[in-house]
Design a protein around this ligand. Sequence first.
Ligand SMILES: Cc1cc2nc3c(=O)[nH]c(=O)nc-3n(C[C@H](O)[C@H](O)[C@H](O)COP(=O)(O)OP(=O)(O)OC[C@H]3O[C@@H](n4cnc5c(N)ncnc54)[C@H](O)[C@@H]3O)c2cc1C
Length: 471
Amino acid sequence: MVIGGSMAGLLSARVLADHFDKVTLVERDVRGEGPAARKGVPQGPHIHVLLDTGRRILDKYFPDLFEQLQVQGAEFIDSSGDLAWHHFGVWKLRRASGIPGMLCTRPLLEWNVLRRVKARPNVAVREGCSIEGLIYDEKGTGRITGVRVKTPQGEASWEADLVVDASGRGSRMPQWLEAIGYARPEEEQVIVDLSYTTCLHEPPPHFQKEWKALFLYPSPPKAWRAGFISHVEGGRWLVTLNGYFGEHAPTEYAGFLEYARSLTRSDLYNSLKEATPIGPISQHKVKDCRWRHYEKLTRFPEGLVILGDAACAFNPLYGQGMSVAGLGAELLDTCLREQTERGVLSGLAQRFRERLPEFIRLPWLLGTGMDLLYPQAVGKRPFGLGLLHWYILRLMERTSTDAHVHHQFYRILHLHAGLEAVLQPSVALPVLGHGVMSLLRPLERLANTETRPPPVTPPPPIPVPVQKSTG
Ligand SMILES: Cc1cc2nc3c(=O)[nH]c(=O)nc-3n(C[C@H](O)[C@H](O)[C@H](O)COP(=O)(O)OP(=O)(O)OC[C@H]3O[C@@H](n4cnc5c(N)ncnc54)[C@H](O)[C@@H]3O)c2cc1C
């Protein structure tokens, strides 16, 4: 039984279909035919970036998905070469990275995944039903044996061998666990009060196609407004404007445009003022990033798995949520295979919750590490954060001039590598050298401060890591 039919729930249902005779996916919303924004996924109208790790996992479980998305107008890009990205006062290098990216609206992606999940013969999708609590075998087995559900026909109890909570940020699992005699998990939280304001546009007819996506990230701690343009299906632009700490773009068009003009760089406004708005302006606010540490609970029932945003909801600005949801589903697959070898389901809940943090730790550190650069961000500041921040800032500056540093940064960004990729000597030495130089000379003289996004350059050779002999 899967609670929630968004990205984490759909991927979980797909994985479970390989291991169980029958999978029921329960979704509160009722979806019509075709891609459309919906109440349960209020982030739907806003810009969504799919990291390469998310792309890999979706491709693994739905092999024809990306081909079909392309037919439906999604654009495939090189994640670096086709992206003009300004951050920390500099443009990142634009070089063919070989890391594919895909640009489309979130509803188009989700709808395509949903169709494929629905097509599995052993998956039933029950829409318009809301899970209201857990059923617990109190006779001593310590198992979740089903869910309490509100259906259009009334309340019911549905049995399940395994319940997967993929109900997102608003998951009521802490309350449900408490109601059956378990403790609530400890929560780690960083408050960012981030707003998303988005409008679909027709690009200007004479647009030069210098980029397929333009990202103007804010440079903490002094600026907290951001703006993004992404090509999406139908030859349109999705334009999102953000603000931290309660700042938000107006939802009437003149104000929206004026907010775009107020960004620290004029590139986005200059493109936007020639474009034509073709949809309503949507707004969504995200209060915090929140990690629920289920792995730390001393008691936990058997037969329950919690993943996706229900376990950890990130700052969406860094585009990690769908990929980490995918990593959770992939971990579920691995754990279920191991249980099959053992011939029992018991032990799955424990093994899964102990291992999930391996996949959350890095993206959490990357995202909250950035957010905590703002003194206004409320959250626990870990020991050594000052040093980490100094290093991150130098690293970011260096991604504008050094191909190898840029490459390693991209590996981490797309969750292909851990922090070691930017701490190894071939990256650390130039970054530290740059840090020392920047103390002696102002940043402007070192970094790429072009007033326009830099042109795409072919990739310079990347040092090949020395193969270590194991013999
Ligand atoms: C503004 C914004 C922008 C984002 N941008 C990106 C991005 O660029 N890249 C990226 O990777 N991620 C992004 N994310 C995050 C991404 O959307 C989520 O991480 C991803 O959808 C996985 O979430 P989920 O499936 O766990 O939960 P959700 O997407 O929140 O879905 C939860 C689902 O559960 C259903 N549900 C809830 N409660 C119940 C219940 N009791 N019974 C039945 N059904 C229920 C809801 O209706 C919903 O369908 C963004 C998020 C936001 C808010």
